[in-house]
Ligand binder design. Sequence first.
Ligand code: FEO
Length: 403
Amino acid sequence: MYNVKKLTKDLYWVGANDRRIALFESVYPVPTGVSYNSYLLLDEKTVLLDTVDKSVNHQFMENVEHVLAGKPLDYLVINHMEPDHCAEIPTIIAKYPNIKIVCNLKIQTMIKQFFDFEMPEDRYIIVKEGDTLNTGKHTLTFVFAPMVHWPEVMVTYDTTDKILFSADAFGAFGAIDGNIFADEVDYDLRYMDEARRYYTNIVGKYGPQVQALLKKAAGLEINMICPLHGYVWRKDIAKFIEKYDKWSSYTPEINSVLIAYASVYGGTQNAAEILAGKLSELEVKDIKMYDVSTVHPSYIVADAFKYSHIVFASTTYNNGIFVNMENLLHDIVAHNLQNRKIAIIENGSWAPVAGKLMKSLVEQLKNTEIFESNLCFKSALKADKYTELENLATEIVKSMKGE
Ligand code: FEO
């Protein structure tokens, strides 16, 4: 049975939720599922904006057919060719054989890479930056957004109703729970962390490209943002754009300390716990700790984008960094994190080397300061190192105060 949501008098959400998916992109846990958003505009001409993942194809097709109610589908606008959005292009083409595909040249190339269907060239409308498509009452403008988060990406702006179809930008992990608008849920409480985890892990590497898109968006009056995942925005848009500005400029959201530790038998955890306690005694608020062995790195990457100061504490393992910590650090470097203050703690029962190796990874982060004191201990923290740990807490707090 169809399950559609009316967004304006002539615009409908025709997407669907996948609540059973274990790993989004085969990498990221999504315990609250994910939505694949597609939008259908009923104007003199009818326009479908993007499709969905193949996992929800049945619901999607029922939705499209219901909203069209027998009308032909004139245009399919494709903003992004990642298969979580483009998988149902062949189904749409087969069902509506006279449809025209509206896309840019890179998208057309990717269509031919992914699919085998035959489509005469004159049924493609290839757009360039700033081109428009009039559908009757509405005029759609196409704005290119390369690397947000693939090279072919564009966003579509409905100049009539001031609606931005933003592709992956402004999306979030998490299925849509009945409501469709972000202002209908307690977004800060329930979704902001997942929006951050989605942004930082999926698009985080491409901050400069997101900044470029934000600059283009700043020139548009926007009444509604329709992303490809998560809730639709019609209120507090500026607040969410401000978050994107922070994330994409690698600006910390809070002046506090994130501690990520790797511990096999508890010695390194003990040092991390004591450090956290010392920071608290020094009145640091909102300290966050993660055991890298029990938490998926995507959660820690997200908080690394949030916190100003990060402590990585790891035991030495196979004469290297403990494997989960090594993966996390590679992930953080790959996501291009910048502008942080980082402290390193190393442990090792006979030949501690994790610290030097961790330092060589985090040194790759731009505009990032690494605390000089590299606390090193063997097996378990003892009295001789306790003062060093206290000093590290003091140094971190001084840095937080800009001293
Ligand atoms: Fe949701 Fe880049 O695809």
